[in-house]
Design a protein around this ligand. Structure first.
Ligand SMILES: [Zn+2]
Length: 504
């Protein structure tokens, strides 16, 4: 069983999770669930970035100590991710001892391999508290950070430790160009290649006398810079530096937002190269959820809370909408109107209606037992083709394409019901043709229960159980999809999976 070590960005603990966080987490979760369906030994990591200056400020403003504050925020984030059915095996917090140990060891390793890779110097620049980063002129517009146009940049001058990032430009470029280190989608890879071609400056990797953080090894007056600290979480969670961490490392995929590719595709690989460790195999940088054309984040201000969005039509519907409509590549828009439309068309009238009609007919005409017949030229061929298109899309992290392939089969199956009109076959006593139609519909539902797992895991399981299948849809054999073993299954009629909204 090949291993698949997958991570999301860890989130700052300075405010509640919003739809932007949710897109990244459910997207990564869909990838994790798909890889498990394909038989990979998945390790899916999520977590919290707890050492930022913004955390200290948020804690103070709310009357908490930093530790009490991050404990509270970690619980809040975890609750939301459980509600959204995230299936991560591990949850890391950068205040944990395992992380502190890994950070300290990685810095020691860098210092030992190339003693002049870390050196002391003076830094002067404009600091963005939103990004926790000194901004370069290209990242500033109208005197403000491009990512945080509502925040003032802070002029800062202090003694720091520097990392010789400039030394690693060529080896990183080489690995990106050869495909050994994949940066996707292509638009993000091109940005990173341009950035590398323009040349790299060394970066400050410590802050002076910042009490909330990890002490810089050998210099207690300095604290490890929060980004340098945060990136290492992917390694800490493997058990590094303890022997055996290579069972997970290198990571197979880091899922991050497009705004932090410089950290993940330039600084992080440089840190690993400097320490003599393997680079991750790939980075996927998704776009942003936009609300009326503006990035959805706390600092940009927003009109919709994640809690409201989950309650609107339930967690599965939100997962589906984010991945199908907003998308996991470019920026996409969220609006209540569009959410309601998609919910009604794709889930209530689409998948939900298909399930309830098919199971009702198997119940009515065959006392709930799936007959043995088929396969059919029309619906089964469409099922095989949809499964193949789905796998091609999902392998390429085209989550929207995966959803389109699965819901394409929903539409075909609903059309099949209209065209074969099983109620007519029953009325006219055409029993063999009725068996063929009902068995074909049961096979379509089996396929959909599996293909829907990454998108609507809760409802996929309800469908699986209603088909009379044992265990979990998520544990289904992928190899069973070309010829789903449905004859003889004792089905039941579940409650309405996606109720029609009454007052939205
Ligand atoms: Zn910023």
């Amino acid at each position: 069983m090949p291993k698949f070590y997958l991570t999301t960005a860890i989130d700052y603990s300075n405010g509640d999770p919003h739809l932007g966080h949710a897109l990244e987490k459910v997207g990564a979760d869909a990838i994790a669930r798909y890889r498990r369906l394909r038989g990979d030994q998945v390790r899916f990591l999520m977590g919290m970035d707890e050492h930022s200056q913004a955390v200290v400020q948020a804690a103070e403003q709310n009357g908490f100590t930093p530790q009490a504050w991050v404990d509270r925020m970690a619980t809040r984030f975890e609750e939301f991710w459980r509600r959204l059915e995230c299936s991560n095996e591990d949850w890391i917090r950068t205040t944990e001892p395992r992380h502190r140990e890994a950070v300290t060891e990685l810095l020691r390793l860098i210092g030992r391999r190339n003693p002049d890779d870390l050196y002391a110097g003076e830094y002067e620049g404009l600091y963005c508290v939103g990004c926790e980063e000194f901004k370069q002129p290209a990242q500033i517009a109208n005197g403000r950070c491009i990512e945080h146009p509502t925040l003032e940049l802070v002029p800062t001058r202090e003694r720091n430790h520097f990392f010789r990032l400039s030394r690693y430009r060529d080896p990183i470029l080489e690995r990106i160009r050869s495909g050994e280190f994949r940066v996707e989608p292509a638009i993000r890879r091109n940005e990173i290649v341009r950035l590398l071609e323009d040349g790299l400056q060394d970066i400050s990797v410590s802050r002076h006398r910042l009490a909330w953080g990890i002490p810089f090894p050998g210099d207690p007056e300095q604290t490890v810079y929060v980004w340098f600290d945060a990136l290492i979480n992917y390694l800490s969670a493997t058990g590094f530096p303890a022997p055996g961490y290579q069972r997970l490392w290198p990571a197979d995929l880091h899922v991050v937002g497009k705004g932090i590719t410089r950290f993940h595709c330039v600084i992080w690989p440089a840190m690993l190269l400097a320490a003599g460790l393997d680079l991750p195999r790939g980075v996927w940088a998704h776009g942003y959820v936009q609300w009326e054309g503006t990035k959805m984040s706390k600092t940009a201000g927003t009109a919709v809370t994640l809690g409201d969005a989950i309650e609107r039509h339930g967690p599965d519907a939100l997962r589906y909408f984010l991945l199908r409509e907003v998308g996991f590549e470019a920026d996409g828009n969220f609006s209540w109107e569009r959410f309601d439309e998609r919910y009604t068309a794709d889930l209530a009238d689409g998948l939900g209606n298909l399930i309830s009609r098919s199971l009702a007919m198997i119940d009515k005409y065959r006392e709930g037992v799936v007959p043995e017949a088929g396969p059919t030229a029309s619906l089964d061929q469409a099922g095989v083709a949809a499964t193949e298109a789905y796998a091609r899309a999902m392998d390429a992290v085209d989550l929207r394409g995966g959803a389109e392939a699965a819901w394409g089969l929903v539409a075909t199956a609903n059309l099949y019901i209209q065209q074969t009109a099983p109620w007519k076959l029953a009325k006219e006593g055409r029993q063999e043709e009725l068996d063929v139609a009902l068995a074909a519909l049961a096979r379509a539902l089996y396929r959909l229960a599996v293909l829907a797992v990454p998108f609507v895991p809760g409802k996929a399981q309800v469908l699986w159980a209603a088909l009379g299948l044992p265990g979990e849809a998520a544990a289904a054999e992928w190899a069973s999809l070309p010829a789903p073993p449905v004859p003889g299954l004792r089905t039941s009629r579940p409650e309405v999976l996606f109720p029609k909204p009454t007052n939205v």
